[in-house]
Design a protein around this ligand. Structure first.
Ligand code: NFE
Ligand code: MG
Length: 522
């Protein structure tokens, strides 16, 4: 048996270490170490609740939109004004949110996960996916810039947009602004799926043709590159998924717990969300209730009093670094006592969606969580986002009411439920004397990267690494010569969750651990 420590895991957001037991070419046990403490939930205590969305937005530079909106939802809920938020404000929030999702999925698929399937890392022939030099990568950077321009037009700046406030949004879009944003979204649509403006159009239209081309090219072992009429990004993403399945067996690797939590995102007029909340218990979808969320801290570097109860009742966390059984700064959220995966796959499973049956046919099942299906669901969600964005931009008309008058309540308790690109996001606030008395955030990656809970049950990433193959000869440039191991499949599995550790634990200890890959044989 060998022990392998990879710390940090690169090409994710934030700092994560993983500790693995390896036996006969497979992982037999995994532990995730979140190596950051931040304490944002403590910073907002004692301040005006209206500060919370602005401060907590700084938890992350990627999902900044979501933390601001989720925090606004929590304080609007505490003030009892959720049902009074103007429809125009919800529409603008949806558009800003959808653009952020597209941006974030683009970073993940091209810059973080994509290189593992590129010619540069794994000799797959997919030179378009090569980091920095690949044509697909360069086109994606241009699309990212265009999406950031949309965010800046609607949000005043990007990242960390500024135009949503308690009670609605401060933006009054005119026809020129709507046109400028729509033009840019359509540029991205053309690059992604080869199609232009058509409200009745389905962004997934070209998927069967691209899939057929890509599978034929994969079989011949020669990549011709995209037909711009069918979509350049569609070609890149489908070729990446084909290589993931055919060359690396990603449909059988990185298998998660098969349970999913989604909290609902993109407000519908009149109430409810386009992407619904739900808990998939392994065989069916149950209604979601935030009262079922407990955050455990037995293996996290916090005092026992900081967790173990319904998270809405939990006191401000108290660090207890170095405690015996602790191994992570992440807490361990559970739903009805169980670990659950969150993310685009969880959203689509909870919505009962598998566009074109892609997960069922390519991934073996619409509900299995694997290295393949997580990235496949992210791709499916991009298509859904393009269609939704086009529709919402058409619904956006100048001159409508965008905010209500808002007063800070003297006391109250509020819950904000939402989704970020990486999955379910929730904020809880208690207000007393007009100030924030307690605040809790559970971010998406906290669900996925959590350590063992009070009962010793592992988290989704920990579970997904068990049985992952560790070849003893090189399959990629990740090969560790000294150890005689290639951790490519391990890294593909971890990255398929698109982890963000900055969000997860919301200062690192200097010299606590060196940046290294450590191996011990025994
Ligand atoms: Ni820091 Fe985040 C997203 C949130 S992560 S990126 O998406 O909320 O868990
Ligand atoms: Mg928290």
């Amino acid at each position: 048996m060998a022990k392998l420590m990879i710390d940090p895991v690169t090409r994710i957001e934030g700092h994560l270490g993983i500790e693995l037991d390896i036996n006969e070419g497979k992982v037999t046990e995994a532990k995730t170490h979140s190596t950051l403490f931040r304490g944002f939930e403590r910073i907002v205590v004692g301040r005006d609740p209206r500060d919370a969305p602005i401060i907590l937005q700084r938890i992350c530079g990627v999902c900044h939109t979501e933390h601001r909106l989720c925090s606004l939802r929590a304080i609007e809920n505490a003030a009892g004004v959720t049902d009074e938020i103007p429809e125009q404000a919800k529409l603008i929030r949806n558009i800003i949110e959808a653009i952020t999702f597209m941006y974030s999925h683009g970073i993940h698929l091209y810059a973080l996960a994509g290189p593992d399937y590129s010619d540069g890392v794994a000799k797959t022939g997919l030179t378009r996916l090569n980091f920095l030099t690949g044509q697909g990568y360069r086109e994606a950077v241009k699309a990212q810039r265009t999406l950031h321009e949309c965010l800046a037009l609607l949000g005043g700046k990007a990242p960390h947009f500024m135009t949503a406030c308690p009670g609605g949004v401060t933006l009054q879009p005119d026809a020129a602004l709507i046109t400028r944003v729509t033009t840019r979204v359509l540029e991205v649509k053309k690059w992604a799926v080869g199609r232009t403006f058509d409200p009745s159009d389905d962004a997934a239209t070209n998927v069967p043709a691209v899939l057929e081309n890509v599978l034929a090219e994969a079989e011949q072992g020669s990549w011709k590159g995209p037909d711009p009429e069918l979509g350049n990004a569609l070609y890149d993403l489908i070729s990446m998924l084909a290589v993931a399945k055919l060359k690396f067996g990603a449909d059988k690797s990185g298998i998660g717990p098969g349970r999913y939590v989604a909290m609902g995102v993109f407000d519908k007029p009149g109430g409810g969300t386009y992407m619904p909340a739900g808990f998939y218990n392994g065989s069916s979808i149950e209604p979601f209730d935030e009262k079922n969320i407990i955050e455990d801290v037995k293996h996290s570097w916090y005092t026992a009093e900081s967790g173990g109860m319904y998270v809405g009742d939990a006191p401000p966390l108290e660090p207890d670094y170095g405690k015996d059984v602790g191994y992570s700064w992440a807490k361990a959220p559970r739903y009805k006592g169980m670990s659950a995966e969150v993310g685009p796959l969880a959203r689509l499973v909870s919505a009962g969606l598998d566009p074109l049956d892609l997960r069922k046919t390519l991934g073996g099942s619409a509900t299995i969580g694997s290295t393949l299906t997580r990235n496949l669901a992210r791709t499916q969600e991009i298509l859904w986002l393009i269609d939704s964005l086009e529709r919402w931009l058409l619904e956006l008309k100048p001159g409508k009411k965008t905010a209500i008058d808002y007063n800070v309540p003297n006391s109250g308790f509020g819950v904000g439920l939402w989704e970020a690109p990486r999955g379910a996001l929730s904020h809880w606030v208690e207000i007393e004397g007009g100030k924030t008395k307690r605040y809790q955030v559970v971010a998406p990656t906290t669900w996925n990267v959590r350590p063992r809970d009070n009962n010793g049950n592992a988290g989704p990433i920990e579970d997904s690494l068990v049985n992952v193959k560790v070849p003893s000869s090189p399959v990629s440039s990740h090969f560790i010569k000294d150890a005689g191991m290639d951790p490519l499949y391990i890294l593909q599995a971890v990255r398929s969750f698109d982890p963000c550790l900055a969000c997860t634990v919301h200062m690192t200890a200097p010299n606590r651990r060196k940046y290294s890959v450590k191996v011990e044989h025994f």
